[in-house]
Design a protein. Structure first.
Length: 392
C-alpha cells in the first residue's frame, strides 16, 4: 500500500475520539454500529485500568495513516498479551506445548475487544478510500510487527467475514467455534416467537418464565438516565459475585462501569430483577445498531430459573420490542438452545511465526474445524423450532 504509514499507539487518546469514530461509526447514526468498538467502551477500559500491565493487556493499537496528510485510514484494536486470560478463544494448550519444547509463547499480539466474546470489526477501515486494501495492509502489517518484535503470534478473534477474508489472504490460520444467538426475523411479539416452537417446548418456556417470576419478583429495564451511580453500585455487587465464583478475579472494576455510564448510557441495557423493593439480580447488555449483546450477570439471591429469565428471555423481549435482528448471548452454553437461541459459527485467525508450531497448530485446527461443523449441524437439527419453519 503506497503513501501510507503504519505504526503502533499506546492509547486510544493518541488516536483521538473523532478519528477513531470515523472508523467505527456512531450510535444511532451508523447501520453497523458495534458498541464494543466504540471510543467510549475501549477508552473506559484503558482509563479505568482494566487493561494495562497488571492485567496482561497492554494497548498497542495498530494504525494506518496517509503519509502526506496524517489522516487515519485504518486501525486494529491490538494488545500485547503476557497471558491468555480474558480472550474466550483458548490457546493455553498451544502455549504450554511451545514452552515445553523450549519456545517463548508470550508476549503475543491480540486483536480483539478485551474480555468480550462478541463478533465485530477487527480490521477497521475508512470508507473514504478502498477498505479492502486497508484491511489487507493491516493484516500484513500485524504480521510484520510480530516478526520485527520477536512475538510468537498474532491472534485476531471474533472477527467478521470481511476481516477473515483479508487475514486468510495473508496466510493466517483459521479457527472456528460455536455460539448461540437468537435471530429475530421480524416477530411482532414474544407470542409470535413462541408460535414458531414445537408445542412441548412452547409449554416448557411459558412454565419456566412463570416460575422465574414467582415470589413477587419483578423485572425492570434500565437504560440512559436510569443508570445512576446507585444502580451501578448495586449491579457491581452482582458482577463481582459471579466473577469471583467463575474465574477468581473479575476483569472489570467499579470505575469502568461509571465511565461507560457517562459515555454510552444509551447503548446499555440493565435487566434488573426486584423483590420486596430490592434488586436481587441483574444482567448487562449492550445495544448495537441491529443487535443486542448480552454480557455479565449476577445475583445475591438464588431463585429458580431467574438466570434464564434475566439473561435470555428478557433479551428476546427487548430485541423484539426494539426490532433488533440478533441477540448475542455470550460464549458457549448449549442450554441456550432450548430457549430459542440457535448455533452460530464464530471465526478467528492466527499468525504463528515459528514454522514447527505453525504446522502443529494448522493440523489441530483442521480437525477442530470439522468437529465444530459436525456439532453445529447436529445442534441445528435439535432446535426447539417446528420443523416446518426454516431457521438458520
Amino acid at each position: 500500500m503506497t503513501n501510507a504509514v503504519l505504526s503502533l499507539r499506546d492509547s486510544l487518546r493518541d488516536i483521538g475520539e473523532v478519528a477513531w469514530s470515523r472508523l467505527t461509526g456512531a450510535a444511532g447514526e451508523d447501520a453497523t454500529y458495534n458498541p464494543f468498538l466504540s471510543y467510549g467502551y475501549l477508552s473506559a477500559l484503558e482509563e479505568s485500568g482494566c487493561v494495562g500491565e497488571s492485567s496482561g493487556w497492554v494497548p498497542k493499537h495498530f494504525v494506518v495513516q496517509d503519509e502526506e496528510t496524517g489522516t487515519l485510514l485504518g486501525a486494529a484494536p491490538a494488545y500485547l498479551k503476557s497471558n491468555s486470560q480474558g480472550e474466550y478463544v483458548f490457546d493455553h494448550g498451544w502455549a504450554d506445548a511451545f514452552e515445553r519444547a523450549g519456545g517463548r509463547y508470550y508476549p503475543k499480539l491480540q486483536v480483539s475487544v478485551p474480555f468480550t466474546p462478541a463478533t465485530g470489526p477487527r480490521l477497521l477501515a475508512t470508507r473514504d478510500t478502498d477498505p479492502d486494501t486497508i484491511r489487507r495492509a493491516l493484516a500484513a502489517g500485524l504480521k510484520s510487527v510480530a516478526v520485527r518484535n520477536a512475538l510468537s503470534s498474532v491472534h485476531v478473534t471474533f472477527a467478521q467475514e470481511r476481516d477473515i477474508d483479508a487475514l486468510a489472504n495473508e496466510d493466517y490460520l483459521l479457527r472456528t467455534d460455536q455460539q448461540f444467538h437468537f435471530v429475530n426475523p421480524g416477530y411482532a411479539s414474544y407470542e409470535d416467537f413462541l408460535g414458531q416452537l414445537r408445542s412441548s417446548k412452547r409449554k416448557a418456556l411459558k412454565r419456566e418464565r412463570r416460575d422465574a417470576l414467582e415470589n413477587g419478583i419483578e423485572i425492570d429495564w434500565l437504560t440512559g438516565r436510569d443508570l445512576t451511580e446507585e444502580i451501578w453500585d448495586q449491579f457491581f455487587v452482582f458482577y463481582m459475585d459471579t466473577g469471583r465464583r467463575k474465574w477468581g478475579r473479575p476483569y472489570l472494576n467499579r470505575t469502568f462501569f461509571s465511565l461507560i455510564g457517562e459515555r454510552m448510557a444509551n447503548d446499555i441495557l440493565l435487566v434488573m430483577a426486584r423483590r420486596n423493593g430490592r434488586y436481587i439480580a441483574g444482567a448487562i447488555n449492550f445495544i448495537g445498531s441491529d443487535r443486542l449483546f448480552g454480557r455479565h450477570w449476577g445475583c445475591v439471591e438464588d431463585q429458580p430459573f431467574l438466570h434464564f429469565e434475566v439473561c435470555y428471555h428478557q433479551a428476546i423481549d427487548f430485541a423484539i420490542e426494539r426490532k433488533l435482528a440478533v441477540v448475542e448471548a455470550g460464549a458457549q452454553g448449549e442450554h441456550k438452545l432450548a430457549r430459542g437461541y440457535i448455533p452460530v459459527t464464530t471465526h478467528s485467525a492466527h499468525f504463528v511465526a515459528h514454522p514447527g508450531l505453525r504446522r502443529a497448530i494448522a493440523d489441530y485446527l483442521a480437525h477442530e474445524r470439522r468437529d465444530v461443523a459436525d456439532v453445529g449441524a447436529y445442534l441445528s437439527e435439535h432446535t426447539p423450532f417446528r420443523k416446518t419453519e426454516e431457521h438458520s
